[in-house]
Each structure stands twice: as structure tokens, then as C-alpha cells.
Write a protein of this length. Structure first.
Lengths: 452, 308
């Protein structure tokens, strides 16, 4: 999708560079592409409309920066806008006389029970809280048993099940028990209910009145479509929500529901459910989700990481060296090491614009982190003269290096080959004389040394 | 098999009516201008998008409306008729009864889908329908992963009064459970074996591999099994349904869809786009938690309800 989006934006803006400011029609054209991307990500239409107005206002008249392409600039404005709307992640607010009650709510099948267990585990292990769980789901078969089982799995207590007791009575009993036994936190898991089911919503409200919860969390499926706004609005209006947890965010959905729900309720997204394991609950990070909604990978993260790892002067010196044709194997080693610091190759792939979607399709065996280790070992096993003058590496030397590094001659050959490819490319760029061309080569197209 | 017909189900549900009413208001609002101008077209397109039909399909439906009626006076009824005809045309070919072979015993039916889509509840309802039609049903509790999932199915089995094959312990291999269930069903002369499976996200390769293995094990006993592999889709789902169908079709050979939770405000409109793209039959819709809340899918009703 990012490929589509960035492609679209690129066409729009190809002729724009140097024209000074982003005009209204430029921006409108670009935003049409953004709108489609957001729709595809299941962001609700009213939310998109509101969002686009704001972005448009910001983007029109913005000076076109020399350093970045206008299309990138628009994406940046959209991205920052998304981050802004998504708000910051917030932890649970349980500052009150214990037991602090957390009330879990949501539709059927949104993942309340699993999330309840995950929260309990987190509170117990990270915050050292004594936690008790209680299930008020007297409707779905075996729902109460399910909570009891997961409570056991995460090592917290759950309220004994008494058949036939109604939710409000279970709530009262749970609070009494929690007080009596000195629990810090009581999490009430409730039955799934539709936001338009008045009887069930009334029941939830009655429970809430008794429980006076510190947190009322709406647990919603991250794969929800346009109806996300209706669900969130109804739960917030009818029972009052203090936070949102999006589940199934480990799926390949784009998670637009998060934006919709946050926008219409104004309540923070507190956590994301990232898997079936009971510790797969992660705090919410708006930057990451913004990138995902736009389908652009974590561009921001990639840029930031790159900034951290390679200081600007270092990068400039390296660039100069490359351009002057004096780039040698020692420099390549520095580059490889910088890359290693940024994370595993598949992580890096996911962060690269346009590569996110490809991540699953790339054969992981072709992205070999060990390859980097082997390449460094090879360079380390060379003599100083060899490192500076790779052209002298004949078969005999290569064999010695392979033996010294504990790798195969083939690995050494591959290293030399990719080094030579880079060198040739470098020379070509020098002829063309453009740093922009260099950037293009580094961004894509150019075969990096870690690709087999 | 055709035995659903005689149930004479009231097809248009309260849930769908509920779904429809908000759309109806929106369409009416969009037509305040009376004339089919740019603004009205844009608003009508939004109505369709908000029903989760997806931008490309909404665009194509509105384009065809434009072609005929642009800049002309148009009534609400005309718009509704035009759009619902377009939607029904896409849904008609997929509105198919669940056809099961008559020469297999047991007939194996497998339920697949992401977590929380409503597989277990749907199995409970399906069992009831089969049973009422004189079939001997058996359930296989192959969701050995989720806590108390086996117990949940067990309660349904008791409710509907059908036998169930359960794993001996938690976390047991679901493929071996299916093997055992098939053997048992065969011995006990069961007509239809319905296999529950654990919910899984379609991008989880490990879990999809497990599902593949379950299918493989069934095929060892009867190479034509599973005779129906039904993907259960939650009507609240958005565009990710496309990826779900794609992946489950490939791994579990999905033969048809069931759309659940249509008693909510969810429009389930994505199934129209799915019909367009995958041509997979839609057999049933789920409209509630009761055992009787499973209805045959009817294209015209669905289309009409989306816009009425």
C-alpha cells in the first residue's frame, strides 16, 4: 500500500520540486491518495474527513523543503497528524483506595477474557500488585471457567464461581472478597454485548455503579471496520470509557480502528494485544501505529535509528570517501557494523518504506544476519594492505582468509563481489556527479552486501 | 441437501433492519439535493464506504449510477433500487445453500476463522439445524488451545444433545483429536462430523501450518474430507476480511462463508466485495446468541437491507 501511496504522491509531486510552496491543488491531489490509504486501513470515514481537513490546512502553503521530496513532506505531515490524533499511550491509572477496580467491556469475541489475564499478569509482574479476577459473563457457555483457567495460568486468584448468581451480585461479592483479602486490583471481566442491546448495556451500567471502577476499558478488535466509531461512541456515551485496548494487533490488519476509536471518544489507547501468549500485551506507541495505518512501515523509527547509530559527521566523511573512490574494505566493515547496531535485517526490512508489505514474502534465509558476522570476520582476517587494496586478493589469499575467519572461500568471494559491485556503482555515481543518485542507490535498487 | 428450506425461516432479521435504518437515513440525507450531482454522488459513495463495502466497490457502484442518472432528477427509491440491484447482482451468485455430499459417511464439516469470530457458537446452531433434519451429528472439540474452549463446545453439545469427542488433556494435538473423532464418528455411524478449530490470525504461519496438518490428517481418512470448510467472518470486520478469506482459502480450502454478529450495527458490507473477488458461497448469517439465530443468506434481502 505504501508503494501505491508513495507512488501516487510521487507522480503528483514529481514536477513540484523547486516550485516553492505546496499549492492547494497539489495538496488535494496528494490527499486523495492518503484518503484511500486510510480507508483501506479501516479508518472510519467521518474521522478521515475531519483529519484531512486539518492536514490540508497545515499542508497548503507549507514551504517545500529542499532536503526532502514534496511527497515525503506530505507523508510527514500526514504521519505527524496521525501521531497527534492517536495521542500518547497511557498506563493504567489505579491511584485510589485499594482494591482498584478495572471494568472490562466490549463486543462478543473482542478478546476481553484473554486481555483480562494479560493485564493481570502485567500488574502482578511489573507493578507487584495483588490481583483478583472475577467473571461476570453468565451468558457465554464456559466463559467463567475460561477466566478461572487463565487466572491460574498467570498465577493470580479468581473469584469462586457460584452458579446462578447475576452480574451485579457477583460484583458485590467480588468487591467484598477483594477488600477482605487485601487485593490491590480487582479486574471484572464482563460478557460481550452489542452496543445497541439496551438491556445488556443497562446491566453493564448497573455493574459500573456498584463497582465504581478506577478504569473502564473498552476492549475492541483491531480488525474492526467502519463500525468502530459506532461501537466506541456508544460504549463511551452509555457507560463512560477511560481507555481503549485494541486486540489482534499482531494480525495483518492495518489497525485504523484505533484512530477511529481514539478520535470519537477522546480516550487514550492504553495497550495493544499482540498475540495469544499471556504476556503479549504491549503499551501503545502512536508513531508505530501511524506508520502502520499509512502502510509505510516505521519510517520514522528507521530514520531515528539511523540517526542514532551514525553521527552526521561520520556519515559525511563516509560519503566523501565513497565519492572520491577511496572506499575500502575497512569502510565497508564500519558500514556493516552500523547496520548491525540498527537491528536484525528483517527488522530493518520492516522499517524500510515499501518493504513492510514485502517482509513476509522475502525468504528469511536470504536475509542472513550471520552473513554480516561472517563478512566482518573475513575483513578481520585480512592484512592491513589487503583491506586497503582489495584488488590484490587472489585465490591463495582468499583461501587463507577463509581459513582464518572460519568461513568458506565462497563467503569470502561473495564479500569481495559485493564490495566490487558497490565500488562500480560508486564510480558510476561519481560520473553522474549527484548525491541524490547515491541516495537512491542506497535506498533501493543497489544490491547491499547482505543480500545473497 | 436442501433441508434448510423446510425450516421456513424468517429471513430478514431484526439485526439487519437495525443495520439498514442508519444507512437509510444517510441515503435520504444524501438525496436532499434531489438531483444526482457531484455532491450527492460523493455522499452516496460515503454511505457505501461506511457500510464497509470498501472504496473500490463503492466507486464502481456509484460510477454505474452516474452513467445512467448524472445531473438528472432522482428519487430516493430510484437510488435505492439502482444500488441494491448492483449489490444483489454481486451477491446472487454466492447466495448458495450448504450443499453436502450424499454418499459420504461421515460428512466432515470444518469451521475455521480468526479468534472471536463466532465459530463455536455457530457450530452449536448448525448442529441444531442438522439434528432437526434428522441427521446424526457429532462434534469434534479441536480447539485445544483456548482456555475452556472445549468446555464451551461441550455445553453446546449438551444443549443440542449431540455427542462430542474431546481431547484427553489441555493443549493436545488438534490433528490427532480430529483423527480420533473421525474414527469414532465412523464407528458410531454418524452422518455429520462438525470440527471446531482454534481461532487463528491468518498471518500466523505456525498456526496456519497446524491447520494445514489438520486438513491433511482428515484427508488421510477420506481424501474428499473436509467436505465443507466454512470460514466464519465477524460482520464487524473491515477490509482485513480480504486477507482472511485469501489465507484460509489457501490453507484450509474454504468452501463457503458464514457471517456472524449481524444483529449489531455492523453492516458486513465487506462480503459484497468478497463475493466480487472470491466468488465463495455465503451460506448463513448469524443474528444472535440463541440456538435459533442462524439464518440462510439471502442476496436480495441482504442488499435491500443494506440500503433500505
Amino acid at each position: 500500500m505504501f508503494d501505491q501511496l508513495s507512488g501516487k504522491l510521487k507522480t503528483v509531486f514529481d514536477n513540484l520540486s523547486g516550485r516553492g510552496r505546496l499549492s492547494e491543488s497539489d495538496v488535494d491531489e496528494a490527499l486523495r491518495g492518503v484518503r484511500l490509504a486510510l480507508l483501506e486501513a479501516d479508518v472510519a470515514l467521518p474521522v478521515i474527513k475531519h483529519f484531512m481537513e486539518e492536514v490540508r490546512e497545515q499542508a497548503v502553503g507549507e514551504s517545500v523543503l529542499k532536503a526532502v521530496k514534496p511527497s515525503e513532506q506530505i507523508i510527514k505531515i500526514v504521519h505527524d497528524g496521525l501521531v497527534n490524533v492517536l495521542g500518547t499511550g497511557e498506563d493504567l491509572n489505579l491511584r485510589m483506595q485499594p482494591p482498584a477496580v478495572i471494568l472490562m467491556s466490549g463486543l462478543q469475541g473482542s478478546g476481553k477474557t484473554t486481555t483480562t489475564a494479560k493485564l493481570a499478569k502485567r500488574l502482578k509482574e511489573k507493578d507487584n500488585k495483588r490481583v483478583m479476577l472475577a467473571s461476570l459473563d453468565i451468558y457465554r457457555p464456559a466463559a467463567q471457567e475460561q477466566l478461572a483457567v487463565v487466572a491460574k495460568r498467570v498465577g493470580v486468584d479468581s473469584l469462586a464461581i457460584i452458579e446462578g448468581q447475576i452480574p451485579t451480585d457477583i460484583t458485590k461479592r467480588a468487591i467484598t472478597e477483594a477488600k477482605k483479602n487485601g487485593y490491590d486490583v480487582l479486574i471484572l471481566d464482563t460478557a460481550g454485548r452489542h452496543e445497541i442491546d439496551q438491556t445488556m448495556m443497562d446491566e453493564l451500567l448497573a455493574v459500573k455503579k456498584i463497582a465504581a471502577p478506577a478504569e473502564t476499558l473498552l476492549v475492541a478488535d483491531g480488525l474492526t471496520g467502519q463500525v468502530a466509531v459506532d461501537i466506541a461512541t456508544a460504549f463511551n456515551d452509555k457507560i463512560g470509557v477511560t481507555g481503549i485496548i485494541l486486540t489482534r494487533m499482531d494480525g495483518d490488519g492495518r489497525g485504523g480502528a484505533a484512530l477511529s476509536m481514539r478520535e470519537v471518544t477522546g480516550q487514550p489507547i492504553k495497550f495493544l494485544g499482540m498475540g495469544e501468549g499471556l504476556d503479549a500485551l504491549t503499551p501503545f506507541e502512536p508513531e508505530r501505529l501511524a506508520g502502520r495505518i499509512l502502510g509505510m512501515g516505521d519510517v520514522v523509527e528507521l530514520v531515528e535509528k539511523a540517526q542514532q547509530v551514525v553521527s552526521e559527521e561520520e556519515a559525511e566523511a563516509m560519503q566523501e570517501k565513497m565519492m572520491s573512490g577511496k572506499f575500502n574494505l575497512l569502510d565497508l566493515k564500519k558500514q556493516i557494523q552500523a547496520m548491525q547496531k540498527m537491528g536484525s535485517l528483517s527488522d530493518l526490512m520492516g522499517m524500510m518504506p515499501g518493504m513492510g508489505a514485502m517482509k513476509d514474502k522475502v525468504d528469511p534465509s536470504k536475509l542472513d544476519d550471520k552473513m554480516l558476522v561472517r563478512q566482518i570476520a573475513a575483513i578481520d582476517s585480512m592484512t592491513k594492505i589487503e583491506r586497503l587494496n582489495p584488488h590484490i586478493l587472489n585465490a591463495k589469499r582468499r583461501k587463507r582468509i577463509a581459513a582464518g575467519a572460519g568461513i568458506s572461500v565462497n563467503d569470502v568471494n561473495k564479500l569481495i563481489k559485493s564490495f566490487e559491485t558497490m565500488q562500480t556503482a560508486m564510480k558510476r555515481i561519481k560520473k553522474m556527479g549527484g548525491l541524490g543518485a547515491l541516495a537512491n542507490m542506497m535506498g533501493g535498487g543497489g544490491k547491499m552486501p547482505f543480500m545473497k | 441437501m436442501g433441508f434448510f428450506e423446510k425450516l421456513g425461516l424468517k429471513k430478514l432479521t431484526k439485526g439487519l433492519e437495525k443495520t439498514a435504518s442508519s444507512l437509510k437515513d444517510n441515503v435520504k440525507k444524501a438525496l436532499l439535493h434531489k438531483k444526482l450531482d457531484e455532491k450527492t454522488c460523493a455522499e452516496l459513495e460515503e454511505v457505501l464506504i461506511r457500510a464497509d463495502l470498501g472504496a473500490p466497490l463503492a466507486d464502481s457502484l456509484i460510477s454505474s449510477l452516474r452513467k445512467e442518472k448524472f445531473e438528472q432528477d432522482i428519487s430516493y427509491e430510484e437510488v435505492q433500487k439502482h444500488l441494491s440491484t448492483g449489490i444483489a447482482a454481486r451477491l446472487n451468485p454466492v447466495a448458495q445453500e450448504l450443499n453436502l455430499p450424499t454418499d459420504k459417511k461421515p460428512i466432515v464439516l470444518m469451521m475455521v476463522g480468526v479468534n472471536g469470530s463466532g465459530k463455536t457458537t455457530t457450530i452449536g446452531k448448525l448442529s441444531q439445524i442438522f439434528k432437526e433434519n434428522g441427521k446424526k451429528v457429532m462434534l469434534a472439540a479441536a480447539d485445544t488451545y483456548r482456555a475452556a474452549a472445549v468446555e464451551q463446545l461441550n455445553i453446546w453439545a449438551k444443549r443440542v444433545d449431540v455427542p462430542i469427542v474431546k481431547p484427553e488433556k489441555e493443549g493436545a494435538d488438534p490433528a490427532s483429536l480430529l483423527f480420533k473423532a473421525y474414527e469414532t464418528a465412523k464407528q458410531e455411524n454418524v452422518d455429520i462430523l462438525i470440527c471446531d478449530t482454534a481461532g487463528r490470525l491468518q498471518n500466523r504461519q505456525d498456526l496456519m501450518a497446524q491447520l494445514e496438518k489438520m486438513v491433511r490428517v482428515l484427508k488421510k481418512q477420506d481424501e474428499t474430507a473436509p467436505h465443507a470448510s466454512l470460514l466464519v467472518l465477524d460482520a464487524t470486520v473491515g477490509q482485513n476480511a480480504h486477507q482472511q478469506v485469501e489465507a484460509f482459502k489457501e490453507i484450509a480450502g474454504v468452501t463457503g462463508l458464514i457471517v456472524t454478529k449481524l444483529d449489531t450495527t455492523a453492516k458486513g458490507g465487506v462480503v459484497v466485495a468478497l463475493a466480487d473477488r472470491f466468488s465463495l458461497p455465503i451460506h448463513f448469517i448469524g443474528v444472535g446468541e440463541k440456538v435459533t439465530d442462524l439464518r440462510p443468506f439471502d442476496a436480495a434481502d441482504f442488499a435491500k437491507a443494506l440500503l433500505e
